[in-house]
Design a protein around this ligand. Structure first.
Ligand code: FES
Length: 522
């Protein structure tokens, strides 16, 4: 890994989320004790990793947590932190693709996770702006109303506290509305930072700015290697949102980006609830106060990572927001990554094809705060040898050939298309002067395919555009100033550093001067 920092050093994109504006004392920079054999090494400092580390340490295990950048660098720093007892995979879908009992289990688990976060906040006295809220899900046409009715029936049968309502909490027209009780919201970075400090107080180690590029198992001990040192542990947890390297889970989870605006309203009337329409992709709403200022947070315009147009996604979201709200100022805008599991439920447990004692948690859809917490409970139970009702259901090696099969075929067709098509899709340029400032492009330059980026000072960075994961060609994301891979969601900074797995290696840099001088000699 390269150590030079770009402008991207707090989240995995150029846009700061509103959570990063809060002054949060970082955790202590710890040292790596190479002699120690930890019970568990957790890789990844988001809600899944930190909660797992905290739970295990609290149970008397000795753990270390390693984060490639800083805590909350990935999706936990970019979530809108809705805590729901309903998921993006609806209860009718879970009923039909799994079973009604499964719906009941999910309803119980999601409720317990809101309670667990609430209990942590109270008992540990965490100032994380945690609040219980009503959530409204509303339809806007006949088709959605029919679906809403089915959601009501399945949710109630699963034990979710939901009923019909005659308001939707936001100034947006609706046909019908469901109201879910005891939903919640919080400040994700304040929460995970406080939990991380508790983990440290209990004797856990946190090591930031350390990228684990490989692990090796010898005589029941895992050796986790970074460029600078090796850590030893009896168990490894990849809480990295998608496990690194070539793995079946990259084929079973499709990466998506979601877009968010945090805005000030001229009216000063902020919704006091969580709300969701049923469009595809759907929009989501809530309010949050930071340093005495209220903001309306609107999200949506999702698309597959490396596909679609990120600038247009922000524009569409902005147009949608302006249609219904009297917006005074757009204070923050950012995007974030999530993974849609092929059969609708997350993959949590032993890493398929991995060494024994390597655990993984992924496929949270847009419900990362709840499912990340649930995964942490499951993985810590697995490591502690305790029974857990989600072990079989979330088993990452499960095969569900019927549920999600059509989607599975489509996602993989996309991947195959990009494997072939992207190799021919470069723009031919004669000179780097054809590239605008702060612009990136895949170009063919003297017969070489390059990922070129020109910064605001005119400095050019040239990279090999072949993704180091499985060889697809990366695409430029002009909104986040990153190189995004259309195949499995790998993302890289403008100087080639891995920002988001599954790639384990940076994009290769290409000395442009050499190319130019070779051309001048021709
Ligand atoms: Fe798999 Fe790029 S992330 S090929």
């Amino acid at each position: 890994m390269k150590n030079n920092e770009t402008e991207i050093n707090r989240r995995d994109g150029a846009n700061a989320s509103m959570w990063q504006a809060a002054s949060i004392n970082s955790v202590a920079k710890d040292y790596a004790d190479q002699e120690e054999i930890y019970d568990t090494l957790i890789i990844g400092g988001g809600i899944t990793g930190i909660t797992t580390a905290y739970l295990l340490q609290k149970q008397g295990k000795h753990c270390a947590l390693v984060e490639a950048k800083n805590l909350g660098f990935g999706t936990t720093g970019g979530t809108t932190a809705h805590l729901n007892t309903f998921l993006d995979t609806t209860y009718p879908e879970i009923d039909s693709d799994f079973s009604k009992e499964t719906s009941g289990l999910i309803a119980e688990g999601t409720k317990k996770m809101i309670e667990m976060i609430s209990t942590n906040v109270q008992e540990l006295k965490i100032d994380a702006d945690f609040e219980f809220k009503m959530a409204y899900l509303f339809s806007q046409n006949e088709k959605e109303t029919k679906e809403l009715q089915s959601i009501l029936e399945s949710s109630q049968a699963a034990g979710v506290a939901v009923s019909e309502a005659d308001e939707n909490g936001v100034p947006i027209p609706y046909d019908h509305v469901l109201r879910f009780e005891n939903q919640a919201q919080f400040h994700p970075l304040k929460y995970i930072t406080a939990l991380a400090k508790e983990f440290e107080k209990l004797g856990g180690k946190i090591i930031e700015q350390t990228f684990i590029h490989s692990t090796e198992l010898r005589e029941d001990i895992h050796y986790a290697k970074s460029d600078n040192f090796t850590l030893q542990a009896k168990n490894i947890v990849y809480a990295t949102h998608i496990p690194p390297g070539i793995n079946i889970l990259s084929l079973r989870n499709a990466p998506y980006r979601s877009y968010v605006l945090a805005v000030k309203l001229n009216s000063g009337e902020y919704p006091d609830c969580l709300a969701y329409d049923m469009q595809e992709p759907y929009h989501y709403f809530r309010s949050h106060e930071i340093d005495g200022q209220q903001y309306l947070i609107i999200g949506g315009a999702d698309h597959k990572t490396g596909h679609g147009d990120p600038l247009k996604a922000f524009e569409d979201l902005q147009d949608y927001a302006k249609k219904y709200f009297d917006i005074g100022e757009i204070s923050y805008k950012w995007s974030s990554q999530y993974y849609v599991p092929v059969d609708g439920l997350p993959y949590v447990g032993q890493l398929p094809g991995g060494d024994k004692g390597i655990y993984v948690a992924t496929g949270f859809n847009g419900n990362g705060m709840i499912l990340g917490s649930l995964s942490a409970v499951l993985i810590s139970d697995l490591i502690l040898g305790k029974e857990n009702p989600y072990e079989k259901l979330f088993n990452p090696s499960r095969l569900k050939p019927i549920a999600g099969f059509a989607e599975f075929v489509k996602e993989n067709a996309d991947v195959a298309y990009h494997f072939v098509a992207d190799r021919f899709g470069a723009e031919i340029i004669k000179s780097t002067s054809e590239l605008g400032k702060s612009e990136g492009k895949i170009v063919e330059f003297d017969g070489e395919k390059l990922a070129l980026y020109k910064d605001n000072d005119g400095k050019i960075t040239a990279l090999n555009p072949v993704c180091t994961h499985a060889g697809c060609i990366v695409n430029w994301n002009p909104a986040e100033k990153t190189w995004d891979c259309p195949c499995h969601g790998g993302r890289f900074s403008v100087d080639g550093q891995v920002l988001t797995g599954p790639p384990q290696k940076d994009l290769g840099s290409i000395p442009l001067e050499e190319l130019e001088s070779a051309r001048n000699k021709k």
